[in-house]
Design a protein around this ligand. Structure first.
Ligand code: C5P
Length: 332
């Protein structure tokens, strides 16, 4: 991490502050879609889990009279969520200035891995630290939810149950990290379209069954036994290759193999790294798809990655990270 900031604790800095942070991807270890809500979203029961695959974001903030936000992501992503997050964070802090971001995208887009959401959450966590302001967690969660249903999870990391839109979160205990294999085929799945195809199949009877089954899976310990992703039913119908991929991961010894989010990423969890190597070999040539070795990242590890990245700019190991340049501890 580099820093071009000079500033004594207690002073709001007036020169450019710079940070490099990693925005981790997620997988869904379980995902049930219960039904359509009055607000047009679907009621979910899901288990989120952060994984080692990550984007890297360089973010610089220079206080000034005007707001300007620049994002370079190498892909020209229209209406980049990170830029929207920066704008919202500045408004929440009542701060103006220039935000410059460079995102090195490693998390495949449209694969159910939450890459754009994680980038946005990273900006919500990092920008207050650079600006010397504090934004409390409930306010960050409120901003995150406006950006997208998955964004609040990345403010917390580790393993968590998501209910409602997926943005109401409850932590699950950290478990020993398992090695895994993530395969992302060159198939594009539109999330709204996947919801539209699934929605007519949802009944009130199936809702009850799903709630009980989700509950018992969660109590038994997620990630150890096969779980459910409701989107598989509709996405596998359209893309048979994804169903075959899941079967191959099970055949290669994965204790859990399933699609993440609304796809198209499919992951397998294994007991050892050697098993992952064997699975990778057994998949043979992976034309039109990319394979990543992954590991599950616990909440404790997630937070220490953040504290490590922010350590020159923060005081203690508080969550959310708190800037050492705070003008007043209660300033929002
Ligand atoms: O919240 P987000 O912008 O990520 O959602 C993208 C789309 O996915 C929404 O516009 C909606 O169509 C669908 N969605 C849903 N129910 C959820 C989350 C997302 O219907 N719980």
């Amino acid at each position: 991490m580099h820093s071009r900031r000079s500033g004594k604790p207690g002073n709001v800095p007036s020169v450019t502050g710079f940070l490099r942070v990693r925005a981790l991807a997620k997988i869904n270890l379980d995902l049930r879609v219960l039904g359509l809500r009055p607000d047009g979203y679907h009621e979910l029961r899901t288990v989120f889990q952060t994984i080692s695959l990550a984007d890297t974001i360089d973010i610089a903030f220079t206080p000034g009279r005007k707001i300007s936000i620049e994002v370079e992501d190498g892909l020209g992503i229209p209406d980049n969520l990170a830029a929207r997050a920066a704008r919202m964070a500045l408004a929440a802090m009542c701060v103006t200035g220039r935000v410059q971001m460079r995102i090195d995208k490693r998390i495949p887009m449209g694969a159910g891995l939450g890459g754009g959401s994680s980038d946005a959450a990273a900006v919500l966590l990092a920008l207050p630290v650079l600006a010397g302001r504090r934004v409390e967690l409930p306010e960050l969660c409120r901003l995150a939810e406006q950006l997208g249903s998955d964004v609040p999870f990345f403010l917390l990391g580790g393993r968590a149950v998501g209910i409602g839109r997926g943005s109401e979160l409850f932590p699950l205990p950290d478990e020993p990290s398992l090695p895994g294999l993530l395969v992302v085929p060159a198939v594009h799945v539109s999330t709204p379209e996947a919801y539209r195809r699934l929605s007519p199949r949802l009944t009130s009877e199936s809702q009850q069954n799903k709630i009980f089954s989700f509950q018992s899976r969660t109590w038994n310990g997620v990630g150890r036994e096969p779980a459910c992703n409701d989107f598989e039913a509709v996405v596998f119908e359209q893309h048979r290759s994804l169903a075959r991929l899941k079967k191959r991961l099970v055949g290669a010894g994965a204790s859990v193999a399933m699609m993440t989010g609304s796809g198209a990423g499919v992951f397998g969890l294994f007991r050892t790294r050697e098993e992952v190597t064997l699975a990778l070999d057994s998949l043979g040539s992976l034309e039109n798809q990319k394979a990543y070795r992954i590991s599950l990242v616990s909440r404790q590890r997630y937070r220490s990655l953040w504290w490590g990245a922010l350590k020159e700019h923060t005081t203690q190991k508080t969550w959310p990270p708190q800037s050492r340049y705070l003008r007043c501890p209660t300033t929002v």
